[in-house]
Design a protein around this ligand. Structure first.
Ligand code: AHM
Ligand code: MG
Length: 335
């Protein structure tokens, strides 16, 4: 890893605080860059609060089991709902966001008509892993609104294609907590230094290896994969690749980003469009993958070109090292 990253202005060293990094790179953004910077800061701040709660997950469960009410008489909330509240609050206070799409709410949330940005977020992905102390994550996509500022939100503001994202990223609550994001000028990773309360640059200009030897898929569903997927998995085995599947998308993606690999959540007999959601799971990771030199597809079409028809739309997802994704797609094309 290089200890200096390329930027339009000053090359910032490993250890640079996120705030400083965002400020230094503000001029890469063609619109009102101060607002986007503030948005990224708001997300980072909310993630620190969520991180604190994630780290106490076992204790929160104990409290919930004992009475299911907190000291204020409120119902104990599951962490994914709590995370949704934390992010929504942070993004509401800032004022930059006009609408929020979240895995946790059926319809989008109307925030500030004067805000210039739309956010799609999965506040806590992989939440079935919370109770067993396995890594989980937050995934976010940021768009500029298309309609005029000050007017009510339109459908065109919400249902944008992934290619319209102006920034995207994830927070991984793992053995350490990391925030990884892009504004379309490469991918940078920041590790949370809890004693300082700061994210600091730890992974500058991240690039996913073009080839890899890791495949990540839930093989428990193998009986209901299309033949092309089964054949590709067999190919992986013939190549003596390694199987790694955490069941937390952010964690599986992050490992493959660093080491090289492919993550697949295909269509199955039961779920014709797979399980993962286009707007707040796949688009962000597809943007990051491409920015890091990788690929993301539904097997036929680039993820970033899929036009969403509804907020919670699902899509098959193949993402990771360029050559591995291309190989998987070649099996689909031949079938
Ligand atoms: P969630 O949004 O309900 O947490 O579901 C998404 C998660 C992903 O993190 C993970 O990759 C996938 O579901 C695992 O699904 P499965 O258990 O079917 O393999
Ligand atoms: Mg999810």
């Amino acid at each position: 890893m290089s200890s200096f990253m390329e930027s339009s202005r000053i090359a910032l060293p490993i250890g640079t605080a996120l705030d400083r990094f965002i400020k230094n790179n503000q001029d890469q953004f063609q619109y009102a860059s101060g607002e986007l910077s503030q948005l990224l800061r708001d997300i980072a701040l909310a993630s620190k609060v969520v991180n604190r709660e994630v780290n106490k997950a076992g204790l929160i469960d104990i409290m919930g089991a004992m009475g299911s009410q907190n000291s204020g008489g409120e119902q104990q909330q599951k962490l994914d709902v709590l995370a949704n509240i934390r992010f929504t609050r942070a993004l509401t206070k800032g004022g930059e966001v006009c609408a929020l799409v979240s895995e946790e709410t059926e319809s989008y949330v109307d925030l500030n008509n004067d805000g210039g940005y739309v956010i799609a977020i999965d506040p806590l992905d992989g939440s079935s892993n919370i109770d067993v102390n396995v890594s989980i994550g937050t995934i976010f996509s940021i768009y500029r609104r298309k309609s005029a500022i000050g007017k009510p939100i339109q459908e065109e503001d919400i249902l944008q294609t992934g290619a319209d994202q102006v920034a995207a990223g994830y927070i991984l609550y793992g053995s350490s907590t990391m925030l990884v994001y892009t504004t379309g000028h490469g991918v940078n990773g920041f590790t949370y230094e809890s004693t300082l309360g700061e994210y600091v640059l730890s992974h500058a200009n991240m690039r996913i290896p073009e080839d890899g030897r890791i495949y990540s898929i839930n093989e428990g569903s193998a009986n209901s994969f299309a033949q092309s997927v089964s054949e590709y998995i067999q190919y992986c085995k013939d190549q003596h690749y390694t199987a790694r599947y955490i069941g937390s998308l952010v964690a599986d993606f992050h490992r493959n980003l660093l080491k090289g690999g492919i993550y697949i959540y295909p269509a199955t007999a039961k779920d014709k469009n797979g399980k993962l959601r286009l707007m707040y799971e796949c688009n962000a990771l597809a943007f990051l993958a491409e920015q890091a030199g990788g690929l993301a597809t539904d097997g036929h079409t680039r993820i970033l070109e899929l036009k969403p028809k509804d907020l919670h739309q699902r899509t098959p997802f193949y993402v990771g090292s360029k050559n591995m994704v291309q190989k998987a797609v070649s099996f689909i094309k031949e079938s």
